[in-house]
Design a protein around this ligand. Structure first.
Ligand SMILES: [Zn+2]
Length: 239
């Protein structure tokens, strides 16, 4: 771990899909979006205060599955958002879009069409989905090149995104099993909070027998979490 502050003028990594989407969202925003701590000097890649930059911890991985991140528009600018960590580690296999209830992006619909029959939505079982018979016990094989759709928002918003989007109705939902959650907690999550998006994806990777990538994402999330706290509290060293 290095304590060398990053200069805001130099990027340590090429912008990926989430970085580009954030820029477009910023430009399209009608009102200036002031993220918490927006005045602090931030690293343009990892969005931490420059003294808490953790860009040197980013190691590119290859995932056996593809990811499509659907951001609620309030989430894309948050430095605390963990969905972007997926694009950090798997930039070649990740696409990102802003969610729309009624008018999803054409590029998004084409992308989903390319994976027709191989799309799944990573989401806990809900009564409505079970009623629709759209919950999957387990995808026939998580190792075939499937596309995992991730609704990146708070729990309440993500649920709204899923249930209000008619264009997602035909895509099955896949929930991480209680056993897999328990096993992940023993190995990686030393907290009782709700799992973060990056952690849920790490669990999915473990279920797809991609243990190396799963551990890489779980560890990267832990580093991100420590550095987020450090960035906010202005501590001398991460906790
Ligand atoms: Zn950084």
């Amino acid at each position: 771990m290095t304590n060398t502050p990053a200069s805001i003028s130099t990027r340590k990594h090429q912008p990926h899909c989430v970085d580009k989407l954030r820029e477009v969202a910023k430009q399209n925003s009608q009102r200036a979006f002031i993220a918490r701590g927006a005045n602090a000097e931030r690293c343009p890649c990892c969005l931490m205060a420059s003294f808490a930059c953790f860009c040197d911890q980013r190691t590119l991985q290859t995932s056996p599955v593809n990811f499509t991140l659907l951001f609620h528009y309030t989430e894309i600018h948050k430095p605390t958002n963990s969905g972007r960590l997926i694009a950090d580690l798997f930039p070649e296999q990740t696409k990102a879009f802003i969610w729309s209830r009624t008018t999803p992006d054409d590029e998004l619909l084409n992308h989903l069409d390319n994976f027709k029959g191989r799309n799944i939505i990573l989401f806990p079982d809900t009564e409505k989905r079970i009623e629709l018979n759209k919950d999957l016990e387990r995808p026939s094989s998580l190792e075939t090149p499937i596309n995992v759709i991730i609704l990146d928002a708070t729990w309440r918003l993500a649920s709204k995104m899923l249930h209000q989007s008619r264009w997602l109705d035909d895509i099955p939902t896949f929930a991480i099993s209680d056993d897999a959650q328990r096993s992940f907690k023993v190995r990686h999550a030393k907290h009782d909070n709700q799992f973060a998006t990056a952690e849920v994806v790490a669990m999915l990777l473990a279920q797809a027998n991609a243990e190396t990538q799963s551990a890489a994402l779980a560890n990267y999330y832990r580093v991100f979490n420590d550095h987020s706290m450090w960035s906010r509290k202005r501590r001398d060293t991460p906790t």
